[in-house]
Write a protein that binds this ligand. Structure first.
Ligand SMILES: Cc1cc2nc3c(=O)[nH]c(=O)nc-3n(C[C@H](O)[C@H](O)[C@H](O)COP(=O)(O)OP(=O)(O)OC[C@H]3O[C@@H](n4cnc5c(N)ncnc54)[C@H](O)[C@@H]3O)c2cc1C
Length: 291
């Protein structure tokens, strides 16, 4: 049942400082409200947990995509539509573009933000596996200053994050990807559009003469948080790709993931799909060369 709207408070600060002032008050009573695509669902269901919200949508400090020689900085309020429209992101980060294209429908893509997707912290979200495979960093800001952490250290448990109540996620940094990397992203859901993932797989690899020299593999919906599969990555590093390596990699991945049965899928299906996607990725790596 829809919540009683007048019992909620939404304040629109004029700038980032005012927003951070509010977040620092009231012992974490104020919560950020970005595109609202996750929060409005909770409101409609009568399950919106907090009463006081800071509308950050208009904070220009959290917007925009900037590029330097080493990194791309995406403001936390970057929408899925903006991700897909940016020429550098399209060229170097096709997995993120694909995640954006496969997130919800057009209305959600116009309003939903990368920052909201990260902090909502659903293990089934679509951009986190791509961001993990790109080795993203997060910039977190509060009245006491900014700090930067690897995204791989951000999620600590189901809906548990390295984010204080007085902090905002301000930006996502992506190290630029050389053109010679193999990038592989697959979202497996019930339908081609408007479906939450059953499994989401993202990987980036450097391959020379049938040998994987560097690889990052990340999955969604196979654990309480989106995960980097570091054991599988370590097992594959500097290995020649042959049937034996691929089988060893799949058994390593099988031991590394721990999906559950839930409303969207079963544990067994998720394991099987994850291993098939790893095999498909490695088969492509076998015929790919990073010149
Ligand atoms: C119909 C529908 C379809 C959807 N389909 C998909 C899908 O296919 N794949 C998918 O991954 N998601 C999907 N979503 C979920 C949602 O659209 C995304 O998670 C979206 O990116 C959330 O962004 P937002 O800006 O709307 O977040 P909001 O709803 O504004 O906020 C979400 C959470 O993040 C916090 N937050 C937001 N921004 C910040 C910030 N900068 N700093 C700190 N905290 C912050 C808020 O306090 C809140 O807890 C769907 C949602 C709907 C309603």
């Amino acid at each position: 049942m829809r919540a009683y709207v007048p019992s909620y408070e939404l304040v629109s600060p004029a700038n980032l400082n005012e927003a951070l002032d509010l977040l620092a008050q009231n012992d974490g009573g104020w919560k950020p409200f970005a595109g609202g695509t996750d929060l409005m669902v909770l409101l409609e269901a009568g399950k919106l947990p907090y009463r006081q919200y800071v509308n950050i949508w208009n904070l220009k400090e959290l917007r925009g995509i900037e590029v330097n020689d080493a990194k791309v900085r995406l403001g936390a309020l970057t929408t899925y539509t903006e991700v897909q429209a940016d020429p550098i992101v399209r060229a170097e980060f096709p997995m993120l573009c694909r995640a954006a294209r496969e997130t919800g429908g057009i209305a959600i893509q116009n309003r939903g933000t990368l920052g909201g997707n990260i902090v909502n912290a659903s293990p089934a979200a679509d951009s986190p596996p791509a961001l993990l495979a790109y080795d993203a960093e997060l910039e977190l800001i509060s009245k006491s200053g900014a700090r930067t952490i690897p995204y791989s250290k951000f999620h600590r448990g189901y809906k548990q994050m390295d984010l204080r109540a007085d902090e905002l996620l301000s930006a996502i940094y992506l190290p630029r990807v050389p053109a010679n990397r193999l990038q592989y992203y697959r979202k497996v859901g019930t339908r081609k559009a408007q479906a939450i993932s059953k499994v989401c797989f993202a990987s980036v690899a450097e391959v020379h003469h049938n040998e994987i020299t560097q690889v990052r593999i990340a999955l969604g919906s196979v654990a309480p948080i989106p995960i980097r599969c570091e054991k599988t990555e370590a097992m594959l590093a500097s290995q020649t790709l042959n049937d034996e390596t691929i089988e060893l990699a799949t058994s390593t991945l099988a031991a590394e993931i721990a999906p559950i049965d839930d409303i969207r899928s079963t544990r067994d299906y998720r394991v099987r799909v994850s291993l098939n996607l790893l095999r498909d990725f490695l088969a492509r790596a076998g015929v790919f060369t990073s010149h």
